[in-house]
Design a binder for this molecule. Structure first.
Ligand code: FES
Ligand SMILES: [Fe+2]
Length: 347
């Protein structure tokens, strides 16, 4: 890891940024989650025209739907009448985008088509009341959205990760399962923890037996980081752990992968969403799958426990800021720097 003067002088983000200060949460919603490309699912979840999924991006309910031409379109899940939902939360199939509240109908391009029994409101023109659009795109089989209409294209944003993952045929991995864990902490408490291997020895005894945690490296790139650690048995670790700002982690192995989203649900609530994929999902592959899932669960439970305890201490009002290990916490510094930069640029 590069040690630099900035890192060796760095202090952590102030404790109040982890939920206590409501302005920070509001700023992050707009400056980070309102601007970045964020993964919301897999293309196979929207197989045909009319297939949809909903999500909530840092408080903004959205949906993605495949239109008649097969193109993915995304919108805020908010009717322009009185803010009703167009789709109930979840996934499914829908031929007509009809608001659940009073039945206004939109087409899949978001234009308002019908307003049943509305009457004659003065100067009302349907053209002024289309759904609020969002950008949608596909990267290596995964659906991303961006709430910012002026954001750079997804391919450009993901180009560095396309280079990192070039040797891994991730499209050939088959989706196996999905897991969600709710943690009582700010999303940054979890990302800070994800961004260093310093805690492995103390917090993850099982993982510590597999990898040389004192040689855990976090290689900082522009808006992502690559994590590496040699295996204890001397074998070169052949997987790739990637983290991308603000909240995506790709844990890729030669025969499988786990894509992890760290989803902010509120200033003090975070949902981890894991998608597990394996190359061999046959009976033969089951044993390896079972042990990979068990290992992931174990590590998640250990991380959840420490993150919740840290969050409680951040909220208590005693601790404010700390210092970062130049040897082990370059990833934390990098993440916190990106957070600070995003909020400053937006201010
Ligand atoms: S809120 Fe959508 S039709 Fe009334
Ligand atoms: Fe951990």
């Amino acid at each position: 890891m590069t040690t630099n003067a900035e890192l060796s002088n760095a202090t952590t983000l102030p404790a109040a940024w982890y939920g206590a200060d409501p302005h920070i949460w509001e700023s992050e919603r707009r400056a980070i989650f309102g601007r970045e490309w964020l993964m919301v699912g897999r293309t196979e979840e929207l197989p045909e025209p009319g297939s949809y999924l909903t999500d909530i991006i840092a408080g903004w309910p959205i949906f993605v739907i495949r239109d008649r031409d097969g193109i993915l379109r995304a919108f805020h899940n908010v009717c322009r009448h009185r803010a009703g939902p167009i789709l109930w939360d979840g996934q499914g199939h829908c031929d007509v985008l009809r608001c659940r509240y009073h039945g206004w109908v939109y087409d899949t391009k978001g234009s308002l088509r019908r307003t049943p029994e509305f009457g004659d409101a003065a100067g009302f023109d349907k053209q002024d009341f289309g759904l609020f659009p969002i950008q949608a795109g596909i990267w290596r089989g995964h659906i991303f959205v961006n709430l910012d209409a002026a954001a750079s294209p997804l391919n450009q944003a993901m180009a560095p990760l396309s280079v990192e993952t070039v040797d891994f045929p991730i499209e050939t991995y088959r989706f196996h399962s999905h897991a969600e864990h709710e943690i009582a902490c700010n999303w940054k408490t979890y990302v800070d923890n994800y961004s260093e291997g310093y805690h492995i020895k103390a917090m993850h005894p099982g993982l510590d037996q597999e990898i040389e945690s004192n040689q855990y490296q976090v290689i900082i790139k522009d808006r992502h980081a690559v994590h590496r650690a040699p295996q204890r048995d001397g074998a070169n670790y052949s997987g790739l752990w990637l983290w991308r700002f603000p909240n995506l982690a790709l844990n890729i192995y030669p025969k499988g992968m786990n894509i992890e989203r760290i989803v902010p649900m509120g200033p003090h609530r975070t949902k981890l969403i894991y998608n597990f994929y394996f190359q061999d999902t046959s009976d033969r592959g089951q044993k390896a799958i079972t042990s990979a899932l068990a290992a992931a669960l174990q590590v998640t439970q250990e991380d959840a426990r420490i993150c919740e305890a840290v969050q409680r201490n951040l909220d208590a009002g005693l601790y404010d800021t700390g210092r970062l290990s130049p040897r082990h916490e370059g990833g934390v510094w990098h993440f916190q720097k990106l957070v600070r930069e995003s909020l400053t640029t937006a201010a």
